[in-house]
Design a protein around this ligand. Structure first.
Ligand code: CA
Length: 371
């Protein structure tokens, strides 16, 4: 028996060798690319502009971009200097993608669902309603094959995307009327981006996409009836609790929204290899920074909101069930009309289904039964 057991192992070892050989071939390709990158020159300095979709110095998200620039400066010994612009400072917030695509700026930060008008499938790299949480989204993009698909989507726009942040699970948003059943959403004008917005419209509401800086005034003046934003920390800072009656949870539309750095391909390729790796490394650190900061601040500010008597309510299960069913319809139609969306959704869904038995046995048990 012992001898028999060795066979699969040895066979696997052989497969690993074969895989090793192809990895080696890939390494050789990489080596050629490194040779093609401009040579290291300690005296050559690069000055880049970073455009972001966030209000200037916006807590955690905008501040994180400032830190990103600082880390790159420090790691490169000042050879790559990035000046960060908030939305509206150099260009309007939602024009960041075009600005970096055309080379007006070299680098940007935002979230892929803002570009749904150009690339519907990009939304899978930001948030899918009832989709995956931050941990799962990170796993899919970084280790589960998502990144290659994402790069393919941005290639025609001469951009390279990097994972660079996650909001973690968001809240459902601010309303001035009670949401007791799905009919309560009918006719409601709500600021809600991405696929969540499409689902909200199908459920009878009207979805409006606006940059963060405009939301408070729009809600206060009645241009919109409701809004979602991020979570307790940012929502409290925006002051929504002063102008809306109810704060609903959960953020069914954004269970773990990924944020991105996107870099103009020519600008990236003009850098020596070490600066390219520094950018990639700083993006990975930014991803972790945003997740950990948000986890802490949201917990603190939820406590503050409760102490101040903010009326926090769960969406009724019936409403969530209808929204979930509507999400399936919206995505099925999207996939039927756009082959790229179909392909990316298939990859997204198969990763989620592959991961589910594991998360059901572990995190789900902790959340439901033990914690
Ligand atoms: Ca949001």
């Amino acid at each position: 028996m012992k001898k028999l057991n060795r066979h699969p192992f040895l066979k696997k070892g052989g497969l690993m060798l074969a895989a090793g050989a192809s990895t080696l071939a890939a390494c050789n390709n990489t080596a050629r690319n490194i040779d093609e990158a401009p040579a290291f020159d300690p005296n050559k300095k690069y000055k880049w502009n970073m455009v972001t979709t966030w209000p200037p110095n916006f807590p955690i998200l905008g501040e994180g971009c400032n830190k990103f620039a600082q880390w790159v400066d420090q790691m490169s010994g000042g050879r790559l200097q990035i000046r960060v612009f908030g939305g509206g400072e150099l260009i309007p917030a939602l024009e960041a993608f075009d600005a970096v695509s055309s080379g007006t700026a070299q680098i940007g930060h935002g979230s892929a669902y803002y570009w749904a008008g150009k690339i519907p499938a990009a939304q899978f790299f930001a948030s899918v309603p009832f989709g995956m949480n931050a941990q799962q989204v990170n796993a899919w993009i970084m280790s589960g094959g998502g990144m290659a698909l994402w790069r393919e989507l941005y290639e025609p726009f001469h951009l390279i995307p990097f994972l660079a942040g996650n909001t973690n699970a968001q809240m459902g948003g601010w309303f001035n009327k009670e949401i007791n059943n799905i009919d309560d959403l009918k006719g409601l004008k709500m600021r809600i981006p991405g696929l969540g917005g499409r689902v909200f419209e199908r459920a009878g509401g009207s979805a409006i996409l606006s940059a963060g800086s405009e939301i408070y005034t729009n809600l206060e003046r009645g241009v919109i009836d409701a809004t979602e934003w991020i979570g307790p920390f940012h929502d409290y800072k925006m002051g929504f609790h002063k102008i809306a009656k109810y704060y609903y949870s959960p953020g069914w539309h954004e269970a773990g929204t990924a944020l991105e750095v996107f870099i103009n391909k020519s600008s990236y390729e003009s850098l020596p290899k070490d600066l390219q790796v520094i950018l990639e490394t700083a993006a990975a650190r930014l991803n972790l920074y945003m997740m950990t900061e948000l986890e802490v601040r949201n917990a603190e500010y939820l406590k503050i909101m409760r102490a101040e008597g903010v009326d926090i309510r769960p969406f009724p299960a019936e409403v969530l069930a209808v929204l979930k069913e509507t999400t399936k319809q919206v995505i099925a139609e999207m996939a039927a009309n756009d082959p790229k969306s179909a392909r990316v959704y298939e990859a997204f869904k198969s990763f989620k289904e592959m991961n589910k038995p594991r998360s059901d046995l572990t995190e789900k048990v902790f959340y439901n039964e033990i914690s």
